[in-house]
Ligand binder design. Sequence first.
Ligand code: GLU
Length: 424
Amino acid sequence: MLVETPALHENETNPWLSAEARFNRAADLLGVEDGMRKVLKSPAREICVNIPVLLDDGRIEVFTGYRVQHSIARGPAKGGIRFAPDVTLDEVRALASWMTWKCAVVNIPFGGGKGGVICNPAVLSQAELERITRRYTAEILDYIGPERDVPAPDMNTNEQTMAWIMDTYSMHVRHTTTAVVTGKPLNLGGSRGRPEATGRGCMIVTQQALRRFGLEPSNTRVVIQGFGNVGGMAAKLMSRAGFKIVCIIEYDGAVYNPRGLDIPALMKHRDETGSITGFAEAEDMDRNEAMFLECEVLLPAARENVITSANADRLRCKILCEGANGPTTHVADSILQDKKVFVIPDILANAGGVTVSYFEWVQDRQGFFWNEQLVNGRLEEIMVNSFRDVTAYGDKHEVNNRIAAYMLALDRVQFAIRLRGIYA
Ligand code: GLU
């Protein structure tokens, strides 16, 4: 039987329009006046570079890259750089604005930025990726720096990418400047706890949400989409903390075990075979259906626009913890609200990563490094307080968590802009 997929609303999957819809709602409720609204909404700077890169076979290719600095009102711009074939300026813009709101929600002294290079890392060698990274860094060099804009990893970039950016920047300014990027290798100015930070933050806010439902980890079934830096770490830490991770969904399949998956064993299987599927201690299942399993917690940690007006009503979770940036479209928000799904919005749920990036930047600037216990303890304190701030704001203003998080963030950024005044 042919099941017809309902059509999405026009422009539903444009992340900048999703960001704008939530922004407008929060600004309306806060009564932000027109001029301030324009300042808060407009990205402060958008850089577009076309970078020539020598490929291994001797050909030259030109790649397009972006760096958007949405806001520097509360501190240097901050945010990752992604490498993907479908990067668009609107996407980078939205992601940059989400960084502004995210840093404000967790109250760390940064603005928001994001970068992207249109390329397909799957077909590029390490040497080609290094040349792309270095040339991109050289082109945006005047606009980044510990006091200006501090990049970090995002989709398809990692510690090695950050080491190349740090080196390129340092060669140009003629001294080693570790604080120009975060998410670096541990022995090169990186922070303990950074690789796990986003997943750990997701776990901490989920634990806070469980209390609202009187749930214990042991009777909490979790479905996770994505098994990379965010999803994989969240799965590992949450299973260790006693949650029942019943399903992992990846781009090439899904695995299900109602009694809970052995996450370290699944990771080993994936490393050995290149896929999570075919794992002996679980059943393979249709990856397109797995998101609709009945569970207490659904944790999308892969990419944008996976929960839309076409499928939101099929979700059967109590809590939606948004590990990815922008996994839910703005049109799906009201469907989730009607279904009374407790949403922990991305700008709160995945803020653990940038929070430990902040710790890394502080440690680099001090040249004094913290032990893991200190990093994790401070992360926990910030995530618990931010969860409390957002939910208390929501209860007070009778809005859902997403709008509460946006309102809280807009209010904090607006406050900074007011105090600084408009420079003329
Ligand atoms: N890319 C991550 C995010 O979206 C981390 C950003 C950072 O650490 O600056 O939050």
